[in-house]
Write a protein that binds this ligand. Structure first.
Ligand code: FAD
Length: 509
């Protein structure tokens, strides 16, 4: 049963998913009282197994999609919430490490001390969220933390403040009626479909400017459990697409295998929503055909190894998006902040959402601890987001633009990596990108330094683009590119893949 609605709190958090929970913890730790309001009315299940089976989290449509949880989140949980980390492990979550993956890849790799920080949490998202919420409910006092489910925030309440406005609280609708909560801080953690724009306009403020750039994919996920006696196929750097994820990018389809908790894993296939012949991969039969056809996923779906435990989930309409709550040097409304997907959402294939949400929640708490002036707080939070979050958004927009161009060229039957123009001249920019793309991938199979660079970047431990800046490794990358020319093309090709989906024979690669 949900607790009574508090009449006031230092901070109201709108949304009780990963970003909202991270913000709740971080703000409570700063000594603030927090009311976290979650629209979904579904009660907490008895344990994490039941959470997977029956917890409805319709407000976060990605709850049952493949997730990998990246290093900043794992490192922070270990340091800031050691009891929760112990709970995760005791509940069947696993930590995958760069060291293990490098050991599976090379004879005797040389490690560096900082390699310990390159780690991933393998845990179904619904299990992670359930355990996190339960941990906060059990470890924070009722005086400092209230979590209300079935609480739909309908309105932002503001009062005039100088030339602008500042937050006075929210109006919330619950099964018991409509109520006001007074708060000087409101944190929008209501996800990528945040309605903050409507609240701002209704409060007489400017709407938050929003940018959207297509990811160029729809995303499908299916979960599996290892059969008794079976073991996970090894992860090694020859296959890894996203750090701890075994995968392949075939250009027209991207496939990833995500290890999870309790002997489960999931497979994600992603393709262009406009590529009609590939849309059937969202159906069970075609998903299975595709998973068996792709070399990276084939050993995982072998009938002797695993059995499906879910249907195929589909998530469409994906874009990289960013909302700005700080415009022309001022907050739209003082005291209103956004964390997680409500602020920045990036292509889920890169697996950054939870980690970036976590980082921005902790940055917000630090800012609230350091600054008391509302405008200074807004400016300081904006500066931290610009440094730690926004570069990943901008990087992903560029990567997706490139990936979409590659995919569209493949659909037209062209070679997307042909950098020679019809007049014989070289497209220098494309040449550089092809060398990096192909060269890095091949070099990572042979040189632990390159594998480390890729993993550090994927893990958000180095800034985006850091892999391009190691002049001392340029020769290794170039050699990797030369070697890539002698390797057979990644298979299956698009035509072969589509034929197999349609029931005509395909052998895969
Ligand atoms: C298909 C897919 C795959 C992904 N894979 C990964 C991955 O591998 N790794 C990773 O780190 N991230 C991944 N992400 C992103 C990740 O799930 C999110 O970034 C993360 O959950 C943080 O989201 P959030 O808490 O900001 O928002 P959400 O999880 O979307 O939650 C928003 C919450 O706000 C509630 N809410 C909305 N409106 C109101 C309101 N008015 N009042 C009260 N409550 C409200 C909703 O019910 C919901 O619970 C993926 C995303 C997608 C779409």
């Amino acid at each position: 049963m949900s607790p009574e609605i508090p009449a006031k709190a230092d901070a109201v958090i709108v949304g009780g998913s990963i970003a909202g929970l991270a913000a709740a913890f971080a703000l409570c730790r700063q000594g603030l009282t927090v009311a976290c309001l979650e629209r979904d009315a579904t009660p907490m299940p008895e344990d994490h197994h039941a959470a997977w089976e029956r917890w409805r989290r319709d407000g976060a449509g990605q709850t049952r999609h493949s997730h990998i949880l990246l290093a900043p989140l794992v490192n922070s949980i270990k340091a800031e919430l050691p009891d929760f980390f112990a709970t995760l492990l005791a509940s069947g979550a696993e930590v995958l490490t760069f060291r293990d993956i490098a050991d599976n890849t090379f004879e005797a790799p040389e490690f560096e001390p900082d390699d310990d920080r390159i780690e991933f949490l393998a845990c179904r998202r619904v299990v992670f969220e359930f355990l996190l919420r339960r941990h906060l409910l059990e470890s924070l006092s009722v005086a400092e933390f209230t979590f209300m489910s079935g609480a739909d925030v309908r309105r932002l309440r503001t009062v005039p403040d100088g030339n602008g406005q500042r937050v006075a609280g929210v109006t919330v609708k619950t099964p018991g009626g409509v109520a006001d909560i007074d708060a000087g801080i409101v944190v929008d953690a209501s996800g990528r479909n945040s309605r903050a724009d409507r609240w701002l306009v209704a409060a007489g403020a400017e709407p938050a400017p929003r940018e959207d750039h297509p990811c160029g994919i729809f995303y499908t996920s299916r979960f599996y459990r290892l059969r008794d006696g079976a073991v996970y196929p090894p992860l090694n750097g020859r296959q890894s697409l996203t750090g701890g994820v075994a995968g392949v990018d075939l250009g027209y389809v991207k496939a990833g295998v995500f290890r999870s908790d309790n002997r489960t894993f999931s497979i994600t296939l992603a393709a262009d929503p406009e590529d009609e012949p590939l849309r059937p991969i969202a159906r069970e039969r075609e998903f299975d055909v595709a998973s068996r056809l792709i070399a990276a996923s084939r050993p995982w779906v072998d009938e002797a190894v695993s059995t499906p435990i879910s249907k195929v989930y589909l998530y469409g309409n994906l874009s990289n998006s960013r909302r700005r709550y700080f415009v022309d040097g001022r907050p739209l409304v003082a005291g209103l902040f956004a964390v997680g997907d409500a602020s920045v959402h990036t292509n889920p294939l890169a697996g950054r959402g939870c980690a970036l949400a976590w980082v921005s929640a902790f940055e917000l708490a630090d800012v609230l601890g350091d600054e008391s002036d509302p405008v200074q707080r807004a400016a300081a939070f904006e500066a931290r987001n610009e440094r730690r979050i926004v570069p990943w958004y901008e990087y992903q927009v560029d990567r997706d633009r490139e990936a979409i161009a590659v995919n569209k060229a493949l659909q037209r039957g062209e070679d997307p990596f042909d950098f020679t123009r019809p007049d014989g001249s070289i497209d220098e920019d494309l040449y550089r990108r092809v060398i990096l793309r192909k060269g890095l991938r091949f070099a990572a199979r042979e040189d632990v330094r390159i594998l480390r660079l890729l993993f550090r970047q994927v893990s958000l431990l180095d800034p985006p683009g850091a892999t391009d800046e190691h002049a001392d490794l340029a020769a290794v990358v170039l050699k990797g590119y030369e070697r890539s020319k002698t390797e057979p093309e990644a298979r299956p090709g698009r035509a072969e893949f589509i034929a197999a989906l349609n029931g005509r024979v395909g052998t895969g690669g």
